[in-house]
Design a protein around this ligand. Structure first.
Ligand code: FES
Length: 107
């Protein structure tokens, strides 16, 4: 799936460290942030109680949910015994692509 086309890639190239932006991909909101020059993407739905991360923050390599302030590690997704639903980002033909896991039925 395309996260940012070649015309939009500047949004991710120029993303400030720790800022969270949202992209609508495959009928869902995806958050993207940058930490130590690496882009991370994850579902805009906190695994604790479903809050949006969009108004959250990134602190010391963790995304912090704005509702109950739980922090989730950007590299592992882990936090408070829960896991972020995170996705790999790949640059291909001048576009940023995002990888979604397929379910049992291949969707
Ligand atoms: S909903 Fe995110 S920490 Fe509770």
């Amino acid at each position: 799936m395309v996260l940012a086309t070649s015309e939009e890639r500047h949004l991710l190239d120029d993303l400030l460290e720790g800022k969270i932006i949202r992209r609508f991909v495959d009928d869902q909101w995806i958050c993207v942030t940058k930490h130590e020059e690496v882009l991370y993407s994850f579902k805009d739905k906190c695994p604790h109680a479903g809050a949006s991360f969009f108004k959250g923050s990134c602190e010391q390599g963790k995304v912090v949910c704005p509702l109950h302030r739980f922090g989730f590690d950007l590299k592992t997704g882990r936090g408070h015994g829960l896991y972020l639903e995170s996705y790999p980002i790949l640059m291909h033909e001048n576009q940023y692509l995002i990888g979604f896991e397929k379910n049992f039925f291949g969707f």
